[in-house]
Design a protein around this ligand. Structure first.
Ligand code: PAF
Length: 341
């Protein structure tokens, strides 16, 4: 029934709650989360409700994806507030909402003995700086997809590498599910919404704003190159972004330019006249269609209160570039879902 919310603490209850949807072969949309819900998550749920009459939201802080025990311990847990937010949202939706809040034993009945590894796309960015992280993500998403068996899973583009990992996982494991990518939702100051940025104090929050500003500096370089019909030089992009990002109160974990599908570094200019996507000579692609992911991870704040934030922009994707600039200018609607353009 639309507008309702049902909470299920284990797979048995989840299966019972999904009974009617399965019997009538209705679409089921799934939004996996680790809780500490914010406007970004709620936007994903709203988007999911436009894709299927039944939406499952999982809230599970997955221990296997934390490479540092202190990070797992510090991860915000706000279940009561999460449920209250979802109940309020459910009342406004044209879909029924099921909240799956499993225990570790329910997700990993065999103690996570079987760890999945998605090859190739996890050697760089967060895969390099958080060893084992994506094995944990792949393992839990696989387990959750087996439990929920959705027709579509909705993932946020802020975690671009995670999105690529999940797409590969779905192909690798043969899950019959579409992966829907939702644009990054940004706060009034342009900072991407995340469960971690609620841990920032005011001073750290002001520093965090340098992250989207650095991405915008990369956009400026890309736009200028496009306007000239010139190749996009990753060194120029990174230099412009670093100049904005570097400074007190922030330690850069990585600032990289990568191929958005393969997640491998782009080191040579791409696009422009007479160059292929790898910079090789030959028939050049339309410079406006060439895409390069500018991705950042940075530790913001000091001492115990340090928070690691990630963000990215897809250079060459006009809609993604514009959403970032609008958010920084304060002209974006943070609740607007939009399409992955
Ligand atoms: O993005 C997250 O919140 C998590 O990595 C996910 C996909 C829910 C898996 O635990």
């Amino acid at each position: 029934m639309s507008g309702t919310l049902v909470r299920c603490d284990d797979r048995v209850a989840l299966e019972a709650a999904l009974d009617a949807a399965r019997a009538s072969a209705e679409a089921i949309a799934f939004v996996p989360t680790m809780g500490a819900l914010h406007v970004g998550h709620l936007t994903l749920v709203r988007r999911a409700a436009t894709l299927a009459p039944t939406v499952v939201v999982s809230i599970f802080v997955n221990p296997t994806q934390f490479d540092v025990a202190a990070d797992l311990a510090a991860y915000p847990r706000t279940l009561d507030d999460d449920l209250a937010q979802l109940a309020a949202l459910a009342a406004t939706l044209d879909a029924s909402l099921i909240v799956y809040t499993p225990s570790v034993d329910d997700v990993y009945p065999d103690g996570a003995a079987r760890t999945l590894r998605v090859p190739d796309v996890t050697d760089h960015l967060c895969g390099a700086s958080r060893p084992g992280h994506f094995d944990g993500v792949a393992t839990v998403v696989d387990a959750l997809l087996r439990a929920v068996r959705p027709t579509v899973v909705v993932m946020g583009r802020k975690d671009h590498q995670q999105l690529v990992v999940v797409r590969r996982l779905v192909a690798m494991q043969g899950h019959a599910v579409e992966v829907d990518a939702a644009p990054t939702v940004r706060d009034h100051d342009g900072v991407a919404t995340s469960s971690r940025n609620r841990l920032l104090d005011d001073a750290a929050r002001a520093v965090a704003r340098r992250i989207p500003a650095a991405l915008a500096a990369g956009v400026a370089v890309a736009r200028e190159a496009r306007a000239r019909g010139a190749a996009l030089d990753p060194v120029g992009v990174r230099d412009a972004a670093t100049a904005v990002l570097a400074g007190d109160g922030l330690r850069i974990d990585y600032l990289e330019t990568v191929d958005p599908d393969r997640i491998v570094p782009i080191e040579r200019p791409i696009g422009g006249l007479g160059e292929g996507p790898g910079g090789e000579a030959g028939e050049g692609p339309d410079a406006r269609r060439v895409q390069m992911l500018l991705a950042v991870a940075a530790h913001v704040g000091a001492g115990e209160a340090t928070v690691r934030l990630i963000d990215n922009v897809l250079l060459g994707d006009a809609a993604d570039e514009q959403r970032l600039l609008d958010a920084l200018a304060g002209t974006a609607d943070p609740r607007a879902g939009g399409d992955e353009g």
